[in-house]
Write a protein that binds this ligand. Structure first.
Ligand code: ADP
Length: 342
């Protein structure tokens, strides 16, 4: 069981050209990943995600701050000891990073050879790993003959070979189609559940976070702008970046041009309601409207599911006598976050 702590971590690169100011790739980031947790770091390209990952496995040195993987303080260890620690940190990549000229079994065996494991033991371990990822029959195939999903399974088997306490996933499903991506994420969930391996994954896809993560850190321009339980962060986003990610997963409020269009076509009052599992009872909302003799139709929005809990925004057209509609709006405002759009 391995906890990973990043405490006030920064990474600056020298700027290009003589008078250029340094590039701050990672800016004072603190993330405490509990042992056995699946933690997603989401951000757009250039946010500093992969730099942060390279700092965690000690491939690069932090400019400031401390990083601990279990009891090992990565930021304080000399290179000779970092190699030992890296054996306990597995890594998988977007482009799989396999040896094309080697067979599947040899790819998986490679870290065991480096670790000096005897041949008979290696064979047993490789067979066990290939069985776990469902590729026993591909043991003798060359990796070029495999599909993208199979290649990533080999990558996962190789990363698990030395029994790491932590697995780092660098956009591990970004090169895969949605169905294959879900299968690989399901495999990572099994890795986490069956072996208790802590997983840190970086991604630019909200779907990935939603599918697999317990907690999430949203990064923007090197900074951790939002952090917490996946449901809490996405169902009540605070930063513009997080709001943009949420908008990729579900239609929230209508954009201004769409709103004009909705106003044209719907003559009733338009209100936007936020629904959040645990906070707002949908039947109560609809009953309130019915009891007050107000008609309703849903004209925009959606409800989605994160970590088994639902949230979303619905734009409703309220139809009926002006006064009744006003009273209904006042009553609904007691139940949930409500915005009158027209
Ligand atoms: P992400 O993984 O979120 O796409 P990166 O960590 O790759 O982001 O990059 C963060 C920022 O740091 C970018 O502005 C990038 O250009 C810069 N950067 C990354 N690596 C280097 C480097 N070796 N030298 C200079 N700048 C770098």
């Amino acid at each position: 069981m391995t906890r990973v702590q990043m405490i006030g971590v920064s990474k600056r690169y020298p700027g290009r050209g003589k008078s250029a100011s340094p590039v701050v790739a990672v800016d004072d980031v603190t993330i405490d990943v509990a042992s056995g947790e699946i933690h997603a770091i989401i951000g757009y390209s250039g946010a500093g995600k992969s730099t942060l990952l390279r700092l965690v496995n000690g491939l690069e040195h932090a400019s400031d701050g401390r990083i601990l993987v279990g009891d090992d303080e990565i930021t304080a260890l000399p290179e000779s000891q970092l190699r030992r620690v890296r054996g306990r940190i597995g890594m998988i990549f977007q482009q799989f990073n396999l040896f094309h000229a080697k067979k599947v079994a040899k790819n998986v065996e490679y870290p065991l050879v480096v670790a000096g494991m005897p041949a008979a033991e290696r064979r047993r371990r490789v067979a066990e790993l290939l069985e776990f990822v469902g590729l026993s029959e591909k043991s003798g195939a060359y990796t070029d003959q495999l599909s993208g999903g199979q290649k990533q399974r080999v990558g996962i088997a190789r990363a698990l070979a030395t029994n790491p306490g932590v697995l780092l996933a660098d956009e591990a499903t970004s090169a895969l189609d949605p169905q294959t991506s879900r299968e690989v994420l399901a495999l990572l969930k099994r890795v986490n559940a069956e072996f208790g391996i802590t997983i840190i994954l970086i991604t630019h896809e909200m779907e990935v976070v939603r599918e697999i993560a317990d907690r999430v850190t949203v990064m923007d321009s090197g900074r951790a702008v939002e952090q917490g339980d996946v449901f809490d962060v996405f169902s009540n986003p605070q930063s513009q970046t997080t709001k943009r990610f949420v908008a990729t997963a579900l239609p929230t409020e209508p954009r201004a041009d769409r709103l004009d269009d909705l106003r044209e076509r719907h003559r009733g009052r338009l209100v936007s309601l936020t629904f959040r599992d645990g906070d707002v009872d949908q039947p109560v909302v609809f009953r309130t409207l019915a009891e007050r003799g107000v008609g309703v139709s849903i004209v925009h929005g959606g409800i989605t599911d994160v970590g088994g809990r639902s949230f979303g925004k619905l734009t409703l057209e309220l139809i009926g006598d002006d006064l009744k509609v006003e009273h209904a709006i006042a009553a609904l405002a007691q139940e949930t976050a409500l915005e009158v759009l027209a």
